[in-house]
Design a protein around this ligand. Sequence first.
Ligand code: FDA
Length: 392
Amino acid sequence: MIETDVIIIGAGASGLMCAIEAGKRGRKVLVLDHANKAGKKILMSGGGRCNFTNYSIEPSNYISSNPHFCKSALSRYTQWDFLALIGQYRIPFHERDHGQLFCNESARDILDMLLAECDKADVVVQLNTRIDSVERPADRFHLKTSKGNFSCRSLVVATGGLSIPKMGATPLGYKIAGKFGINVLPTGAGLVPFTLQPEDKEKFSALSGIAVPSAVSNKRQSFSGNVLFTHRGLSGPAILQISSYWRAGEEISINLLPQVNLDAELKAKRQQKIKNKLKTILEGYLPKRLISAFLDENLLDLSIQDVSDKQIMQVASQLNNWTIKPNGTEGYRTAEVTVGGIDCDAVSSKTMESKQVPGLYFIGEVLDVTGWLGGYNFQWAWSSAWCAGQYC
Ligand code: FDA
């Protein structure tokens, strides 16, 4: 049995950050991961450029059954703290829409920085290690693994969520919680494209590749951003955002022209005695293919002068308030995150330690804290991991 102070399961964003902080405190830290590489999701994130944080981080950017839980960690280790670390390594970055911060060159810069910090803090990262069992016979944890048996005083679960099983996602974190009687809330795919009902899929498949700046909402939330038609359904930032708030069977509403009150605009055109066809006017706002998929050709061929109030209302309702009931989502296969997870009420928001099992910590995405698209999930990983790293 090899003894150490802290074992962290998961060499992803949160696991590495926690290891650095605990290592800096002089704790002997071992990070175990079953994957053949550390930080695989960091490397694939942000299209290879890692959207590592956001200039504006607020608790309202997170979904959780306990919306207060994330506040303490986010205020103790902020986006500015992470930017200071990036600054020490002179990693070049840039801002995109809505304060999103990306590496200029490669997500590898972030991973290399974390691994260099691990090295400085004498952290051992052991990959290709399968965890077979976790027990707590007395006040230490005993782990049986494919690379031998280990014992530690503090065990940190940083196994992430269920998204992208091909990248090594597993439910181990939830299983460990279950074993120790810690509540796990139902999980689901978040930040994920929608699939469509067969008839909608057929109708809109011709639009594959078209992206339209839109406002997407359900009864609880709304987001602005592009909606992308794909050969499977709907994607794009606004769709990914609303998907985290979506419940099966629910309709969503999409305003494909959020800047234009189409009812008023078309009536004004008619008033101006313009003779253009409805089609020509609408093509000034939206791609041709999209208009044809949404509206009847006979109607589109009418001169605006011949379009009735009722027809204008129908056109406006189709494009300003398109309601659609997705068939489902693409699921964990393509989801960026997992909604739900370890019940935050079972964990201290200051230390991330289980309230029931001393020495057992949960950090990052395995917890029931899910960020919006835009660097919020990595910031949660950094913040929650930093907190646990001060105590484990
Ligand atoms: P993370 O998933 O990073 O790490 C978990 C680790 O645990 C992995 O190394 C895994 O191998 C290991 N593990 C799992 N099961 C195990 C087992 N049974 N035994 C041993 N080890 C095990 N977020 C963001 O803010 N900005 C972005 O740009 C993106 N982009 C993005 C793109 C894509 C394609 C995805 C899938 C996700 C994103 N995200 C994102 C989300 C972000 O990647 C995610 O929220 C964080 O990586 C979560 O960090 P964790 O440390 O919690 O888990």
